[in-house]
Design a protein around this ligand. Structure first.
Ligand code: NAD
Ligand code: ZN
Length: 334
């Protein structure tokens, strides 16, 4: 299969390119980082790149939480305008298969259960609570403590920041494209991806990269909140393999978007991740700072069972093994 990989010079895209090659496919790279003309917002450049292509694996995006609201237009431009231009070009070139890099951020706060009210959906956390070190969301009905659970694909979307909003809009655009053209679209809603070539720490980087970069400087990883926020850290080679599985699958229905949570299935706290990474690096030990970022969610952990059963994918890199490798792996410069 000849596959156009947008964002091919990025962290995940570069691993997708490798995985496609290993599976005997022909990846075609498309990334402004490598070629300033290869912008997903450029219809003419896309029309050229799509010639002879069987499928598109759309990884290109502006990622992360960003800084304030100043970059909102840039997120929308790259992620949503970019996706719309790409899908229009695919319709024009009659390319009818898309795999999209989705994200768990579309869910907002994860799944919670109240002992009295069952499954509830707490709203964004209040600044006053965060300032006072009250990090756990409480039951919106009765204020009771909640227990976090695994989020399924059918959970309602609840984007909590600009980036999350653009990732959700990408899915809606892909669904509209699939419906209109009868094509096949899959969104892989990645959890926290980590591994070799992860970008160094910028306001846009993921937490694993912050910690890894601190360790490389000989500094302690600074763990926000109380360190007990839960995530699912999934290795980048497993994510790349999920993309190949989605591209090769005969399962996804035509005319619709199918979403698959893409996580290791093994939730860990951010504090545990910092400890594992620091230990593998040989120190220094992490410090828990109580700082927070507005727009961060407390717990978000995926149920990736659908990806396993429908696409036959399995994560292969375990947490300890992956963190040991990541502690010494090369990061990508800006
Ligand atoms: N890293 C994670 O933990 C994570 C989690 C969930 C979802 N995702 C999604 O995975 C995808 C890849 O993320 P990543 O972590 O590899 O990020 P990255 O920044 O390493 O890679 C993104 C690539 O997209 C390219 N790009 C950006 N705008 C472009 C444009 N207009 N035209 C062409 N190329 C453009 C960039 O040059 C970059 O190389 C993104 O869609 C992101 O939203 C990542
Ligand atoms: Zn309650």
């Amino acid at each position: 299969m000849r596959v156009l990989v947008t964002g091919s010079a990025g962290f995940i895209g570069s691993h997708v390119v490798e995985a496609l090659r290993e599976h005997g496919h022909e990846p075609v790279g498309y990334d402004v980082r490598e070629d300033p003309r290869a912008d997903v917002r450029d219809p003419a450049a896309l029309a050229r790149a799509l010639a002879g292509v069987d499928a598109v694996c759309h990884q290109a995006a502006m990622v992360g939480l960003g800084s304030g609201f100043a970059d909102a237009a840039e997120y929308v431009s790259r992620n949503d305008l970019g996706t719309a231009v790409l899908l229009a070009a695919m319709a024009g070139a009659d390319v009818r298969r898309l795999v999209l890099a989705g994200s768990m951020v579309v869910y907002g706060e994860g799944r919670y259960a109240c002992p009295a009210h069952g499954v509830v959906r707490p709203g964004p956390r209040a600044v006053a609570d965060l300032d006072a070190g009250r990090f756990e969301p409480l039951c919106p009905e009765c204020g009771a403590d909640l227990s976090p659970g695994l989020v399924g694909e059918d959970a309602p979307a609840d984007p909590r920041n600009v980036y999350a909003t653009t990732k959700l809009a990408q899915e809606h655009l892909a669904a509209a494209w699939a419906r209109t053209t009868g094509a096949t679209a899959v969104s892989l809603r990645y959890h926290n991806v980590y591994g070799p070539r992860m970008p160094r720490d910028t306001p846009y980087a993921g937490v694993a990269s912050f910690f890894r970069s601190a360790l490389a400087r000989g500094e302690a990883p600074r763990v926000f909140e109380d360190g007990r926020q839960r995530r699912d850290f999934v290795h980048v080679r497993d994510v790349a393999a999920a993309n190949v599985a989605a591209l090769e699958s005969a399962r996804p229905p035509q005319g619709a978007l199918s979403a698959y949570n893409t996580g290791s299935g093994e939730p860990h706290t951010v504090g545990e991740m910092a400890t594992a990474l620091a230990a593998a690096h040989g120190g220094p030990e992490p410090v828990v700072t109580g700082e927070y970022r507005l727009g961060d969610v407390r717990h978000i952990t995926a149920d990736s069972a659908r990806l396993r059963t429908e696409l036959g994918w399995r994560p292969r890199v375990g947490f300890q093994e992956g963190m040991r490798e990541f502690a010494r792996a090369g990061l990508r410069g800006a």
